[in-house]
Design a protein around this ligand. Structure first.
Ligand code: 8YV
Length: 322
């Protein structure tokens, strides 16, 4: 067996999933960005042909510009808002992501957060553990079945959320860049218009500049007015989509009744004021975090990298690179 004299060099821009790193290390000459200082990066930069990243990694234009041999950026995640795709495309660099394999998990978590916030499940758990039950019953919660659900973003995961919500007898409406032909749900042209007709507002739209603070004080006020029993916001998309300061204000003032949040503006830092609110259910960006799904994401991210570097078509390019 002959040994390749110049193994392909790949740069992991963060310490990525343990389901992906060993595959990368076994097949490529793997450099890990957090371990490199500027001089070490400059030394390896000329031979880097691929970048491996996660959904929350940053791959800015200045990093792309430093890597003259770069051919492909493979993101282990459906969201790729951290990648400067325009800069990559301008250089002819392919960008790939891992759609579809995580739809079920993210949709499951969205429903879990809706139920948890409506029925106050973490507070109920604390109530039993603390012994407060011995002093009396918990305050009554809010019903979810039959309520009105507004979905912000009606892509593959939005549709998986809608499917599950139908089993709860919820009426479903959505907003997106444009109406999706063929869907039975009502389309509303803006997040504010949707919030004005929703009890639960679930955010599952891509992050990035185009959706930054799409959910603002005005949208939260509309949700609060629309739902006298208590509006609930759920975010399983990106922290950047929700104006977190406006959300904290709306929760503190009782404008909306509660929230279920898997993502935050400055992860993993979550403001103390948000953490102090008992009516808010918080999870640490675990939408896709099950064993099987993360394995499928790692395998797809690896396959995309290997295919492109081997001169073959990738499986899942981002829409801009199709
Ligand atoms: C994780 C995600 O953050 O798919 C996404 O867009 O946000 C996630 O599933 C991450 O990319 C896992 O590596």
């Amino acid at each position: 067996m002959s040994v390749d004299p110049s193994p392909t060099s790949v740069l992991a821009v963060a310490r990525l999933s343990p389901l992906l790193m060993p595959q990368l290390a076994a097949s490529f000459d793997l450099e890990v960005l957090p371990d490199l200082d500027a001089a070490a990066l400059a030394a390896v930069a000329p031979r880097i042909r691929g970048i491996a990243a996660s959904g929350d990694s940053k791959v800015p234009a200045d990093l792309i510009a430093q890597l003259p041999a770069l051919e492909v950026i493979s993101v282990m995640g459906v969201g790729y808002d951290g990648v400067d795709v325009a800069a990559a495309k301008a250089r002819g660099v392919m960008v790939t992501h891992t759609p579809d394999v995580l739809n079920d998990d993210v949709a499951d978590l969205a429903l879990g957060l809706m139920l948890s916030a409506a029925r106050q499940l973490p507070a109920a758990d604390r109530f039993v553990r603390s012994g407060d039950w011995l002093k009396g019953n918990m305050p009554l919660a809010r019903k979810m079945s039959g309520a009105r659900l507004g979905i912000v973003g009606m892509g593959r995961i939005g549709q998986a959320i809608a499917l599950r919500a139908q089993a709860f007898g919820m009426s479903i409406a959505y907003t997106a860049r444009s109406a999706k032909p063929g869907l039975p749900h009502r389309y509303l042209p803006s997040a504010a218009a949707l919030a004005a007709e929703s009890d639960f507002l679930v955010v599952i739209t891509p992050g990035g500049a185009g959706t930054r603070h799409l959910i603002n004080a005005e949208v939260l006020a509309a949700l609060g007015r629309s739902s006298p029993a208590g509006g609930i916001l759920v975010n399983v998309a990106r922290g950047s989509v929700v104006d977190e300061a406006a959300l904290i204000d709306a929760l503190e003032r009782g404008v909306i009744a509660g929230a279920g949040l898997d993502v935050f503006e400055d992860e993993p830092r979550v403001p103390e004021r948000l953490r102090a609110l008992p009516q808010v259910v918080l999870t640490p960006h675990v939408g896709s975090a099950t064993q099987g799904t993360r394995q499928a994401m790692a395998d797809l991210a690896f396959a995309n990298l290997q295919l492109h570097l081997g001169g073959q078509a990738v499986r899942t390019p981002v829409p801009e690179c199709r």
